[in-house]
Design a protein around this ligand. Structure first.
Ligand SMILES: [Fe+2]
Length: 201
C-alpha cells in the first residue's frame, strides 16, 4: 500500500477562466505528485505507524522524530491538495440553508465571511493556506496556516481551504494574489463544503 495521487474530479480546463488548465496540470501532476512521493518515502521508513495521515497529523508528536517534519510537509501537502481539488467545481453551487445560517450567525453575513476569508488568504505571509474550519467548540472559524500545515494538527476540522502558495496562481495571476482569491469564490463546491460541515459540526 502506498498513498496514491487522486485524479481530479473534473477536466483540467473545467475551472477556466478562473483557474487555468496549465496551472491545474502543474499543480496536480507535479506539485501534488511530489508531496505524494515524498510522503510515501517518509512512511516507508516507519511501516509500523501505518498510513492514516489524518490520524498521524492530528497528533504530530506521535510521528517518529526522524520523519515528523517530512510528514507534516508532505503528508499535509497531500491531504490539503486532495481536499482542495474536491472543494472546487465548474458547477454553480451555494451553501445549504443550514450552513448559510451558521455563516450568518458567526460572521454577520456571507459578505463578511468572504471578507474575513479573503483577509486570511491575503495576509498569510509567504506560502500557506486560508481555511474555514469547525473548531473544537463546534463553531465556524476563519484561520490560516503556514506551508502545508493542516488545521487538523490544531484539532480543527477544515471544511473549505484555499491554497495561496505562488504555485497555485502565479501562471495566470502573477503576483496579484487578491484576484486569484476573488476567482476562487466563483468555483467553490459548496455541496462538498456542506458535506464536510455536516460531518464536522
Ligand atoms: Fe499547492
Amino acid at each position: 500500500m502506498a498513498i496514491i495521487l487522486p485524479d481530479l474530479p473534473y477536466a483540467y480546463d473545467a475551472l477556466e477562466p478562473y483557474i487555468d488548465a496549465e496551472t491545474m496540470h502543474l499543480h496536480h501532476d507535479k506539485h501534488h505528485q511530489t508531496y505524494v512521493n515524498n510522503a510515501n518515502a517518509a512512511l516507508e521508513k516507519h511501516p509500523e505507524i501505518g498510513e492514516d495521515l489524518e490520524a498521524l497529523l492530528a497528533d504530530v508528536e506521535s510521528i517518529p522524530a526522524d520523519i515528523r517534519q517530512a510528514l507534516i510537509n508532505n503528508g499535509g501537502g497531500h491531504l490539503n491538495h486532495a481536499l482542495f481539488w474536491e472543494l472546487m467545481t465548474p458547477e454553480k453551487t451555494a451553501p445549504s440553508a443550514e450552513l448559510a445560517a451558521a455563516i450568518d450567525a458567526t460572521f454577520g453575513s456571507f459578505e463578511e465571511f468572504q471578507a474575513a476569508f479573503t483577509a486570511a488568504a491575503t495576509t498569510r505571509f509567504g506560502s500557506g493556506w486560508a481555511w474555514l474550519v469547525v473548531n473544537k467548540e463546534g463553531k465556524l472559524e476563519v484561520t490560516s496556516t503556514a506551508n502545508q500545515d493542516t488545521p487538523i494538527s490544531e484539532g480543527k476540522k477544515p471544511i473549505l481551504g484555499l491554497d495561496v502558495w505562488e504555485h497555485a496562481y502565479y501562471v495566470k495571476y502573477r503576483n496579484v494574489r487578491p484576484d486569484y482569491i476573488k476567482a476562487f469564490f466563483s468555483v467553490i463546491n459548496w455541496n462538498k463544503v456542506d458535506e464536510l460541515y455536516a460531518v464536522a459540526k
